[in-house]
Design a protein around this ligand. Structure first.
Ligand SMILES: Cc1cc2nc3c(=O)[nH]c(=O)nc-3n(C[C@H](O)[C@H](O)[C@H](O)COP(=O)(O)OP(=O)(O)OC[C@H]3O[C@@H](n4cnc5c(N)ncnc54)[C@H](O)[C@@H]3O)c2cc1C
Length: 337
């Protein structure tokens, strides 16, 4: 799609992890209602999982859903909720039985983001972007058909969601599949007229080799999917490696970008708009470095933004430490932490 210049529908959480979970466990009525607008990106989805006291240890979540007749009444707080401010729907984990072991008392819901009692507050990250939010749930009433799967069966579905999330977040492209590829990095070197700095050249080759290894590991994930197998620990292996790789790519790019690599680039939408406007006006005032006249998806000034965002890679979607715990336990068979 990238090579053909086709934009994929912009609904990463919907297509990447809510959709596969609904296909796995949703009722026929839920599939009928939600899947088509999800795929067409007519309804944007967000993920209401993390809480102030439950991130890596997600099963410790304390948002409660209490049955009241035909409805569930939800109270609690979620945090780091990407795209909540633009989403119509969220996949929501809530505790439905506090008296059983923590993994056994969680249920999985669909939450309309315009339901009375849902409050979304922005969090601005260090790139200057507003991508994630705090979400407060105060007496939010969900009718029974918003439950996905069985009551108290939510943890098994959360694992389906998280497995698919890891696959989605480890696509080709350094920033969770959304960012530059090794080709863009090599292009950056060419545009700078090459580099005679031997150390920089070695670092460049090192990240290129990493990129090739990741490409080959990804083929395993793809072939498993083609064979109808659910994402397994190989998605954790790839995510753990890809997140570090993304940071290495961005560090090399920052150094190659010279002064641009040190500037505070500001929100990415504004940068892309400026780059696009300068490129299309062809005005002599717009310097070639800034304007990106060839229409590259990663003009130089975007790289410093990506460098700052790359810190998030080893945290979001399960931290690198947690991925390594999963690999240790499920691949190497070591005792659980
Ligand atoms: C850009 C971004 C977008 C996000 N979007 C969403 C979203 O849309 N929806 C959502 O629900 N969440 C989202 N998150 C939240 C993300 O899932 C959590 O940040 C992540 O799971 C870590 O949880 P935490 O922040 O509470 O850190 P903690 O769990 O408090 O971890 C703190 C530190 O302790 C380490 N640690 C914790 N437990 C262990 C252990 N057992 N062994 C070794 N080390 C450990 C961690 O690796 C980390 O370094 C997003 C995060 C980011 C960065």
């Amino acid at each position: 799609m990238r090579r053909a210049g086709v934009r994929r529908p912009s609904n990463q959480i919907g297509i990447g992890w809510a959709g596969p979970t609904l296909i796995h466990a949703g009722s026929e009525a839920q599939k009928e209602r939600y899947l088509r607008p999800l795929l067409a990106a007519e309804e944007i989805w967000c993920q209401l999982f993390s809480e102030p006291g439950a991130g890596s240890d997600l099963a410790a979540l304390s948002t409660r859903a209490v049955r009241d007749g035909d409805e569930w009444v939800v109270n609690g707080q979620k945090v780091w909720t990407s795209f909540a401010h633009m989403a119509s729907l969220g996949i929501l984990l809530a505790r439905t039985d506090p008296d059983v072991p923590k993994h056994s008392g969680i249920s999985y819901f669909i939450c309309p983001m315009d339901a009375p009692g849902v409050t979304v507050r922005p969090i601005v990250d260090m790139t200057g972007d507003h991508a994630f939010n705090e979400v407060f749930l105060d007496d939010v009433r969900l009718s029974a058909d918003h439950l996905v799967g069985e009551v108290n069966g939510g943890w098994a579905l959360a694992k389906v969601t998280l497995g698919n999330e890891r696959v989605s977040l480890s696509g080709e492209g350094a920033l969770w599949g959304q960012g530059p590829t090794m080709g863009d990095l090599v292009d950056l070197v060419r545009r700078a007229g090459g580099t005679s700095d031997r150390i920089l050249r070695q670092r460049l080759m090192r990240v290129w080799v990493e990129g090739e290894i990741l490409r080959l590991i990804r083929l395993r994930t793809v072939s498993a999917a083609l064979a109808g197998r659910a994402p397994g620990p190989e998605a954790s292996v790839r995510k753990a490696l890809a997140d570090d790789h993304g940071q290495h790519v961005m560090e090399v790019a920052k150094d190659l970008s010279g002064a641009y690599g040190m500037t505070d680039s500001g929100p990415v939408e504004a940068l892309m708009a400026r780059a696009g406007a300068a490129a299309s006006s062809g005005s002599p005032g717009a310097s070639d470095d800034m304007a990106d006249p060839k229409g590259h998806s990663w003009p130089p000034m975007i790289w410093s933004h990506g460098y700052l965002f790359a810190r998030a890679l080893t945290i979001g979607g399960g931290t690198s430490e947690v991925q390594r715990n999963i690999i240790a336990e499920r691949v190497l068979g070591l005792p659980s932490s």
